[in-house]
Design a protein around this ligand. Sequence first.
Ligand code: C5P
Length: 232
Amino acid sequence: MGKDVIVACDFASAKETFDFLDKFTGRKPFVKIGMELFYAEGPAIVKEIKKRGHKIFLDLKLHDIPNTVKKAMKVLSNLDVDITNLHAGGTVRMMEAALEGLTREDGTRPLLIAVTQLTSTDQESMESDLLIKEPIDKVVMHYAANAAKAGLDGVVCSPLEAQKVHNTCGKSFLTVTPGVRFADGDIGDQKRVMTPAEAKKIGSDYIVVGRPITAAADPVAAYERCVNEFVD
Ligand code: C5P
């Protein structure tokens, strides 16, 4: 898979999701399904979106004991998604178990990427709540290196970290980056943002874009603008 724009379908129901996706005639955007939609609609929503011909990033961020994550990943492997994820904080052993569970009998599997530190976690909360006293960028790189060591395919990270992750973990280690905004757009609750063009320049492999597309007056035009800036 090459560079692509992944649209975060942060909707509460299948109806809202399909009303949105039906606007795209001729185009089949790469879709991210998160916890809200998955918990509301269950595996059926994944199968239905796949049947319509979209690639899917199933963003459920698993984090539990290795055996439980392995078994959950085995179930997810039947959904035929293209990318799924977990928390690197679950340890290298948990990530290795996840990979085992995700790998089908014929050796194929979806791509598996890790969340390092959530972008909602800052230095202060990491130190006070998690008792991690190292600088946050060092922690992010350490978790990314752990994900690579476990055999994962990449990480979810801020576009500002993409270059450093590639330098540490290799060019082919995927960087999937949310926090993308148009130069003339509203940044909302995201703090450290980049435009699609900047994310391309810095080497992101996939950008995850939600509200700049889903809340746009013309979502298809906003999607095309992202693709033009990031992919073409
Ligand atoms: O609407 P917006 O473009 O901010 O959506 C970004 C998407 O990426 C959301 O689905 C959000 O949950 C997700 N995300 C994020 N930051 C992370 C991980 C995921 O914004 N570190």
